[in-house]
Design a protein. Structure first.
Ligand SMILES: Nc1nc2c(ncn2[C@@H]2O[C@H](COP(=O)(O)OP(=O)(O)OP(=O)(O)O)[C@@H](O)[C@H]2O)c(=O)[nH]1
Ligand SMILES: C[S@@+](CC[C@H](N)C(=O)[O-])C[C@H]1O[C@@H](n2cnc3c(N)ncnc32)[C@H](O)[C@@H]1O
Ligand code: SF4
Ligand SMILES: [Mg+2]
Lengths: 384, 600
């Protein structure tokens, strides 16, 4: 196989100390975890891709979860070492130039652990702060306090060259003013990157049950829209402009890893429930996804050297749809030349442009301000 | 062949859900028609739709063989009939084929509107009637009270009424004995020329067109050349049989017997229910009286949700008609919906059932337009137009007057709900004819415009009375009314599928209700959408669907974009199944849902 593009590597750690009521990620709570067995699983899966994809280069590594900060630094180190042992950095860069992010929860962070992750090669930390209001952290079912989040942020700043943190807003009972205050505070604390997500009711979560019964009420749509644009304004004037629906940073500080998803690049999915996109020389793509249950994945990877549940060739049309829906999330949009014919309904595109939701700029289709918080609806209309 | 004195023919009649089909089960079981293994609940309700809804749509005939206490073996021909008013036509045909009826009354509910309607029909057919008090196993059953009610309300002697439980089987032998001892045997001369009534016909995928017959005189055998007197056609009989309830082939059918024949007939449409069958060689001269044809009372347009499926719809309607001759259809075109069919039905339940069968059996998704009755439009020039479709309404300046059909409705309702039901009837422009009491129940007779009834009368009657009121009706007369055509405009575009004829007095109220309903049925879009009801150029009601303000996924995590893509593809599919009017997409189930609303 010829080298086409650099790959991103996603490593999923599926365990958490407790399950947050809004979360539908692949996260599980276990009394005890045989970390060594899982490490062997990760290493086999990495080796497997080294065999099938020996010639690729690597742009980024991302430890996501779950709560990967619960992994021991030793495990993280072994995984990074194995990945760097097989593949070299993209574009002839040095290993140190590969972006290696780890997601961390502010719960019981010790300086020693952070130092351990740093020593293992992690150069970017993404911290799940979620809120800067104690009562709201509680309402979100989080195990940490604002003070603990501040301490974790202080440590992150000290330990890692780059860090980002996540907030969830448009929470129950939150006013526009309250969010303005909280966001201003967040901008004070921010490093080079911020992820600001509006609370979403996900299927199968505890919040969904409450929401359906009317026991959890979200800000009404108009307020949610106002919050969205307030966020854009404030982050832009603080020098962290939105470059994606919920992500904010200057051009050079974007999450290189997440950009791979938004740009439709290839990525390897390692670990339980991880997804991958394998690019082939003929321009086609295979979608992979691993067994979600940690034990099921471990059994599969022990037996087959990979934990895949599905390995599915995407049609050119399907790839195009993914390209479009991910591309429109970022500020530079998507190049029409990257989309196969028949993905976009041309008359719908024209109408959406005429009505001011989209624009075509140098062959790139880009959301205009008016369309930015209506993307899902626009996609349904735009798709042929 | 059984001798007439060893034959009993009877229909099982009752109000809906009083237990006709369940009683039939017990009778079949007791007479050994089916083994334990073959027995299911309401075994005669064989269509999927009947089984799911728990109602009988199509009458069914079964021959039971019963050894009575007198030591003789009898052939008991049972006809299970539907209880719902839309299928009253099925009941009337069954009654014409029998000498007696089992009148079932649910002992926990008592006499209901269709109990009355059906028993009066049975009496008109000179039937001997055996009253049966069913469901006595229920704690709420009051057989003695209901026995009295049968005497008071219907005027039947109920001293011999049999108390049974069709569920547990209690009292079933008494029923069988009563059938033998109390119902008259049929009469007929085996040596006379053949004279048989064509009771029903339908299409069977294995046996082709099947004809249910009741022999009056003579004998019917395989190989005979028969003549259908009204149709004027001749056929060679291929098979003769009876249902036990399985189709069993036998040699011949004699006077008083009920069974089926097949005769290489291609289409059900070639047979006329109510026709008289005789032989080519030795025909009778005088035909049986036959039946009045069934008449469609509700019309609506059926359009394929996917315009490419027009031909499939045509084929499917043709196939369904093989089994159900009581609905009619003809091609229709609509500015907004394209090609479809204008269809006539016996009532709203019938409409719903045909629509559901088209979906289930043929995979067709349909858009159903506003149901309409048949109006008579008297033109200034003296011409009279039968209007089945509001879209065809002529220019008002050319119209002298419009007449609409009225029905005579009988409603039985417990005292407690009488006030509310009276109000409902008044709201629906009803004119009271009669109000009498039978114990704690009131019996109301009203004249009502049919167009108010097809709308949502039945649903509201049920909900106002918590299911305790029952209702039956007959067509009554055509009467002039102040009727107007109301149009619905979505984003300024008239939607012809939603236009309807209404009485001027209720137009505004209905227009408002419809706009309000559409507001919840049409998904929001990127712009705001006005919804208006109008008569001519006059807007009489308006609502606005506000524009969507926020709809974006906050997070696509960990590269799991397949899930999002699949969701998007599904939404797109859903959207493609909507019809676009100007810039607005309307889901096709919104059409029927919009019309199923209440006025308040
Ligand atoms: N408890 C009890 N339930 C009964 C009895 N007979 C019938 N049922 C129930 O009453 C319901 C209606 O019974 P069916 O036999 O379908 O009534 P039907 O008169 O044939 O109804 P339609 O054909 O729709 O008019 C079913 O749920 C039966 O199980 C009985 O004797 N006792
Ligand atoms: C994998 S999750 C969390 C990583 C880490 N376990 C944590 O909770 O801090 C990544 C981020 O998604 C966001 N998130 C999770 N569920 C969400 C929801 N239902 N609505 C909005 N954002 C959500 C949170 O901000 C979270 O930090
Ligand atoms: S939000 Fe984070 S910590 Fe909470 S359950 Fe999900 S992955 Fe675990
Ligand atoms: Mg029945």
């Amino acid at each position: 196989m010829t080298t086409l593009e650099p790959y991103a590597v996603y490593v999923h750690w599926p365990f958490c100390l407790s399950k947050c009521p809004y979360c539908d990620f692949n996260s599980h709570v276990r009394d005890s975890i045989d970390e060594d067995a899982f490490l062997q699983g990760y290493l086999s899966e990495i080796d497997h891709y080294a065999e099938t994809h020996p010639d690729i280069t690597i742009s980024s590594i991302f430890f996501g979860g779950g709560t990967p900060s619960l992994m021991s630094p030793k495990t993280v180190a072994a995984i990074i070492e194995r990945i760097l042992g097989h593949w070299s950095a993209e574009g002839g860069k040095s290993e140190g130039d590969i972006e290696i992010t780890l997601e961390a929860n502010p719960t019981s962070v010790e300086a020693g652990r952070f130092a351990g992750f740093r020593a293992a090669g992690v150069n970017r930390l993404s911290l799940g702060v979620q809120s800067l209001v104690d009562a709201d952290l509680k309402a979100l079912g989080r195990q940490h306090s604002v003070a603990e989040a501040m301490e974790a942020l202080r440590l992150a700043r000290q330990t890692f060259p780059r860090y980002s943190f996540d907030l969830i807003y448009a929470r129950e009972g939150q006013t526009l003013e309250a969010w303005r205050t909280e966001l201003a505070q967040a901008l004070e604390l921010a490093g080079d990157h911020l992820a600001l997500y509006q609370l979403t009711i996900e299927p199968g979560t505890k919040f969904q049950g409450l929401y359906n019964k009317g026991k959890l009420v979200l800000p009404e749509e108009g307020l949610a829209e106002d919050m969205f644009f307030l966020t854009r304004e404030m982050t832009a004037s603080a020098g962290l402009p939105a470059y994606e629906v919920s992500n904010h940073a200057k051009q050079e500080n974007r999450s290189r890893h997440n950009m791979a998803y938004w740009l439709g690049r290839g990525y390897l999915g390692i670990g339980p429930g991880a997804h991958g996109r394998l690019k082939h020389a003929d321009g086609t793509t295979t979608a992979t996804n691993n067994w979600k249950k940690p034990e099921a994945w471990l059994r599969a990877v022990t037996a087959n050297n990979n934990g895949r549940q599905e390995y599915q060739q995407l049609s050119a049309h399907e790839s195009g749809v993914e390209r479009l829906m991910m591309g429109l999330r970022i500020s530079e949009g998507v190049a029409m030349s990257d989309l196969p014919k028949g993905v976009v309904d041309e008359s719908a595109q024209k109408a959406l442009c005429d009505e001011g939701f989209l624009k075509l700029d140098n062959g790139r289709l880009i959301l205009r301000q008016k369309g930015q918080c209506l993307l899902d609806h626009i996609l349904v209309t735009l798709l042929a | 062949m059984f001798k007439p004195d060893k034959i009993r023919n009877f229909s099982i009649i009752a109000h809906i859900d009083h237990g006709k089909s369940t009683l039939a089960d017990r009778l079949i079981q007791t007479c050994g028609g089916l083994s334990e293994r073959e027995m299911t609940e309401q075994v005669l309700d064989s269509m999927d739709i009947e089984r799911e809804r728990g109602i009988t749509i199509k009458a069914q005939t079964v021959r039971l063989t019963y050894k009575a206490n007198d030591g003789e073996t009898y052939a008991l021909n049972l006809m299970d009939t539907p209880g719902h008013v839309d299928f009253a036509y099925e009941v009337s045909r069954s009654l014409a084929a029998c000498e007696g009826s089992l009148l079932i009354v649910d002992a926990s509910q008592g006499v209901e509107a269709q109990t009355l309607a059906n028993v009066y029909q049975a009496l008109e057919n000179d039937h001997e009637v055996i009253s049966i008090l069913n469901k006595i196993d229920l704690p709420a059953a009051e057989p003695e009270r209901v026995r009295q009610q049968i005497e008071d309300v219907i005027g039947l002697d109920a001293s011999n009424a049999i108390a049974v439980s069709a569920k547990t089987g209690e009292g079933i032998t008494e029923v069988l004995e009563a059938i033998v001892t109390e119902l008259p045997a049929p009469e007929g001369d085996p040596d006379a020329p053949l004279k048989a009534l064509l009771v029903d016909s339908w299409y069977d995928p294995y046996l082709g067109v099947m004809i249910l017959v009741r022999i009056k005189d003579g004998v019917l055998k395989k190989g005979m050349n028969i003549k259908m007197m009204a149709a004027g056609t001749e056929h060679l009989i291929e098979r003769v049989g009876v249902f036990t309830p399985k189709a069993d082939i036998i040699d011949e059918l004699g006077p008083g017997e009920i069974g089926f024949i097949t005769a290489a007939i291609k289409e059900v449409a070639q047979t006329h229910v109510g026709d008289t069958i005789t032989t080519v060689k030795n025909p009778v001269t005088e035909a049986l009286p036959g039946f009045n044809p069934s008449k469609s009372v509700v019309f609506c347009g059926l359009f394929p949700a996917d315009t490419a499926e027009f031909e499939t719809l045509r084929d499917s309607l043709n196939k369904l008609r093989l089994n159900d001759a009581s609905f009619e259809f003809e091609p229709e075109t609509s500015a907004a919906l394209g090609f479809g069919f204008r269809c006539g039905f016996l009532g709203l339940l019938h409409l719903e059932i045909i629509q559901e069968r088209l979906y289930r059996e043929f995979g067709l998704d349909l858009i159903t337009t506003s149901p309409s009755v048949v109006y008579r439009v008297n033109m200034n020039k003296g011409e009279v137009i039968e209007l089945h479709n509001p879209a065809d309404m002529p220019d008002v300046v050319q119209i002298a007057s419009i007449e609409e059909p009225w029905i005579e409705a009988t409603i039985l309702v417990p005292d407690d709900y009488l006030g509310a039901i009276l109000k409902l009837c008044e709201d629906k422009r009803g004119i009271q004819q009669q109000l009498t009491y039978a114990g704690s129940r009131a019996m109301l007779v009203y004249h009502l415009p049919l167009n108010e009834v097809v709308f949502d009368f039945y649903d509201r009657l049920k909900s106002i009375s918590r299911g305790y009121a029952s209702f039956d009706y007959n067509m009554h007369e055509y009467k002039e009314g102040d009727l107007v055509k109301m149009q619905i405009l979505v984003n300024g575009e008239p939607i012809d599928a939603l236009s309807m004829m209404v009485h001027r007095r209720v137009a505004e109220k209905r227009g408002r209700a419809l706009c309000d309903r559409l507001k919840t049925l049409i998904p929001r879009q990127l712009f705001k959408i006005p919804i208006q009801a109008a008569i001519g150029g006059n807007i009489i009601a308006r609502e606005t669907i506000s524009a969507m303000r926020k709809d974006v996924t906050a997070k696509c995590y960990g590269g799991d974009i397949s899930r999002k893509r699949k969701l998007l593809e599904k939404q797109k599919k859903g959207k493609k199944r909507m019809r676009t009017f100007g810039k607005v997409a309307i889901p096709h189930d919104a059409f029927i849902a919009a019309l199923k609303m209440s006025d308040d």
